[in-house]
Design a protein. Structure first.
Length: 310
């Protein structure tokens, strides 16, 4: 009778090794697109001129890092840009609760077909580029747009008004555009969290006489708060990161001072004006502050709620 010997397991047989191989392409992508570009930070220590080799440029040390605080002109520009960046992002943070409430009320719609239709229609704008979104808003709000035609036709306006060239309340306008584009998409994670709640909890409180709004307030919302705080901590880390596309397409001679955020400021100095060294230094400041803010938000969550994301 043959005796079967037990084969010794190799590292390739371990589930962890297979998971590592599965995640390896993503790790390579993160390294190539997120960490490898960090080598460009070296430009901030030189007076780099496009077209010249880096080693042929003058080494200036920390000059470009202190420029936003030592130069009066740059200091004024930097203060205005930071005011726009922080102001707009604080408005974003104040309205972060909207996707959660939207998801809660959406899941209360009893008709599945209608609920899916609403969810689809509110999610689609997230996949529309800001260039196409601006084209749509231009067709609505320009001097020859639909809104002006209706207002002039109804004798509510004597002459058309170009709403896109009006710099009044630009922060609120940017917030409105942001909510229109991201409300449905931001609700997806809360919808997923709602579907994971044990339905027996709702049945138990229904027996006790709880109504629909009481279920939302005492059951749904407490289960969503951990997810909300994770999103809040991530947003705290991004409080000086606005992105560039939305503000670039809506920026013009009349609105630039009101909506020029830090990312757009770096773009203008780095690519349009050719001062790559200064733009790189400002970008490094932005990254450092973002990391510090994430750590602060994580520690505050640990002290206040007793839990954190890491």
């Amino acid at each position: 009778m043959a005796v079967r010997t037990k084969r010794k397991k190799t590292p390739r047989d371990q589930a962890g090794f297979r998971l590592f191989l599965l995640s390896l392409p993503f790790l390579v992508g993160i390294f190539v697109f997120s960490y490898l570009p960090l080598t460009g930070w070296v430009y901030s220590f030189f007076n780099y001129k496009p077209g010249k080799a880096l080693l042929d440029c003058e080494f200036v040390g920390w000059k470009w890092f202190i420029a936003p605080f030592s130069n009066p002109v740059l200091r004024g520009q930097f203060a205005r840009v930071m005011s726009n960046t922080l102001g707009i992002n604080l408005l974003y943070m104040a309205t972060m609760i909207f996707p959660m409430f939207f998801a809660m009320f959406l899941m209360e719609i009893p008709f599945t077909g209608y609920r899916k239709l609403v969810q689809t229609l509110t999610t689609i704008p997230n996949f529309i580029s800001w260039v196409l979104a601006y084209a749509a808003f231009f067709a609505l709000f320009s001097t020859e747009g639909l809104l002006n035609n209706l207002l002039v036709g109804a004798n509510l306006l004597k002459t058309p008004v170009n709403f896109l060239m009006n710099a009044d309340h630009m922060w609120l306008k940017m917030l409105a555009y942001h909510l229109w584009k991201g409300l449905g998409w931001g609700a997806i994670i809360y919808i997923s969290a709602i579907t994971s709640i044990d339905q027996e909890i709702y049945e138990a409180v229904a027996i006790d006489g709880a109504g629909r709004f009481q279920k939302m307030w005492y059951i749904t919302m407490p289960h969503l708060m951990p997810t909300f705080f994770v999103m809040l901590i991530l947003q705290i880390g991004n409080i000086i990161n606005n992105g560039i596309d939305q503000y670039l397409v809506f920026s013009n001679a009349m609105t630039q001072d009101a909506i020029e955020v830090l990312d757009l400021y770096v773009y203008r100095y780095g690519l349009q004006q050719g001062n790559i060294s200064y733009a790189t230094a400002v970008g490094m400041w932005k990254s450092l502050v973002s990391v510090i803010l994430v750590l602060i938000g994580n520690n505050l969550s640990k002290k206040i709620r007793g839990s954190s994301i890491f």
